[in-house]
Write a protein that binds this ligand. Structure first.
Ligand code: PLP
Length: 464
């Protein structure tokens, strides 16, 4: 009887009426432990009053001004706070609402930068598979999600895809594989023609698509060198990993160049954890030199207009979230608690059922993933028809645990993993509860597996 056009049709969704810390409560009083912060969003926990107060105060002062005519206090302060955290020279922040919008605007910025320099043949984008950058058409074009793209394929751009660094599935070459060293990018640039490539976009550490996969230490030094050599802009998509999730403010900080210096991307995108779910706010942070090229150029700014960009109340929320992260040292906490979380997940998944399907448990900071396979020795995934990740997530939710599923990463069709990315504030006791619920949900999922669920994936796939 509802008038809501739900995101999932044909399922009744529990109605959440209250949330505090790591817990959600539905209208019947059922409690859920939010082990993935919604969609890796809730960085500081639910129901933090000082964020709500900061938003209310700003809404009373100035709720909205248009970014073409005015600036405002929280936007100025938030931009300064982000510039202080980003590598030197990457210090101009442009605010939008969603991660997809930040990616969309970053790719447009890369294109406009080249056009303004008179280098307008640079039309190509290179991205990685598996990888995800959002759902607006340009961001979706740069995403390797066949099941999201199929219907809209005629409207999407042709973005060149290279293999993502994915240690668990790197194959026999291991760290020497071109995807792992970074050479895959140089090969793609040479194949397309360097003078035609505008930008390379990548998640510095795998988000939902490769589930917390961490490239080898020298990877981004090589990526930076390749981008510099060919004049290609490097966009680090930190929508999921940014704002402390991985135990550094930016995931790219885990990597250094050959001189031990931080690696500066040309553009960084942020979203999710930056606002912690309190307001829809995302950002791109660009190198000042790139923006100066636009300032001297034909249009006097980025040719990209959105009514709700640079929004005062959304910026006030993010500023308060950043303040909370600093006040409680949550980035440092994510690094140390993350290690304990990973250890606890591993021991929580040592039961007989779990041992038969858990192929890998990996993570960095408070971003962890459990990859599920039909055969732990060969890493053969379950056939997609088994819907393993979806079944596990539904079973867990029934038992009061919220997990994030991802599918298709093993070969574009098959592959099941769940992400565990709780609020950075989670306590030891809550971690214990999370792991207990996770173990029970995995055991229940294995116990309910149909007898033919582990049949050869490829036979099943080819047979349709
Ligand atoms: N980029 C990355 C790395 C993401 O993980 C996501 C969302 O999951 C996006 C971009 C898109 O963000 P949004 O869903 O806020 O549009």
């Amino acid at each position: 009887m509802s008038n809501v056009f739900y995101r999932k049709l044909g399922h009744a969704l529990p109605k959440i009426v209250r949330a505090k810390g790591v817990y959600l409560y539905d209208e019947h009083g059922k409690r859920y432990l939010d082990a993935c912060g919604g969609a890796m969003v809730t960085s500081i926990g639910h129901g933090v009053e000082q964020i709500a107060e900061a938003m209310a105060t700003q809404a009373k002062k100035v709720a909205y001004v248009n970014g073409t005519a005015f600036t405002n206090e929280p936007v100025e302060a938030l931009a300064a706070a982000l510039a202080a955290k980003a590598p030197p020279g990457v210090d101009l922040a442009y605010f939008l609402c969603s991660g997809s919008e930040a990616v969309e605007a970053s790719l447009k910025l890369a294109r406009q930068y080249h056009v303004e320099r008179g280098d307008s043949a640079r039309t190509h984008i290179i991205a990685r598979t598996p990888g995800y950058h959002g759902n607006t058409l340009l961001a979706l074009s740069a995403s390797a999600r066949p099941h999201y793209k199929a219907v809209y394929a005629p409207w999407l751009l042709d973005v060149a895809m290279i293999d993502a660094p994915y240690p668990y599935r790197a194959g026999p070459l291991g760290e020497a594989a071109p995807a792992m060293t970074g050479e895959a990018l140089e090969q793609a640039i040479q194949r397309i023609g360097a003078e035609r490539v505008a930008a390379f976009i990548a998640e510095p550490i795998g988000g939902s698509s490769t589930g917390a996969s961490v490239p080898p230490p020298g990877h981004y030094a090589r990526i930076r060198e390749i981008c510099d050599r060919y004049g290609v802009l490097f966009i680090a998509d930190e929508v999921l990993t940014g704002a402390g999730r991985t135990g550094k403010f930016f995931a790219l900080e885990h990597f250094k160049d050959r001189m031990g210096q931080p690696i500066a991307p040309d553009i960084i995108t942020l979203g999710k954890g930056l606002n912690g779910g309190y307001a829809p706010l995302s950002a791109l942070i660009a190198k000042r030199t790139i923006v100066q090229t636009l300032e001297r150029g034909k249009f006097g700014g980025l040719v990209h207009a959105q009514t709700y960009s640079h929004h005062p109340v959304a910026a006030a929320a993010a500023l308060a979230v950043l303040g909370y992260i600093e006040q409680h040292q949550l980035v440092e906490r994510a690094a140390s608690t993350g290690l304990a979380l990973l250890k606890a997940i591993r021991s929580g998944l040592s039961g007989p059922g779990a041992s038969s399907i858990v192929g890998d448990v990996r993570g960095i900071g408070m971003l962890a993933a459990v990859e599920l396979v039909a055969d732990v020795k060969t890493k053969r995934p379950f056939p997609r028809s088994a819907k393993l990740a979806e079944t596990l997530v539904a079973t867990a939710r029934e038992q009061g645990l919220v997990l994030w599923p991802n599918v298709g990463h093993a070969d574009g069709v098959n592959g099941d993993l769940v992400l565990i990315a709780p609020p950075l504030t989670i306590s030891n006791e809550e971690t214990g509860e999370l792991v207990g619920l996770l173990g029970a949900a995995v055991e229940a999922t294995v116990a309910a597996l149909p007898r033919n669920a582990r049949e050869d994936t490829h036979e099943r796939t080819h047979a349709g």
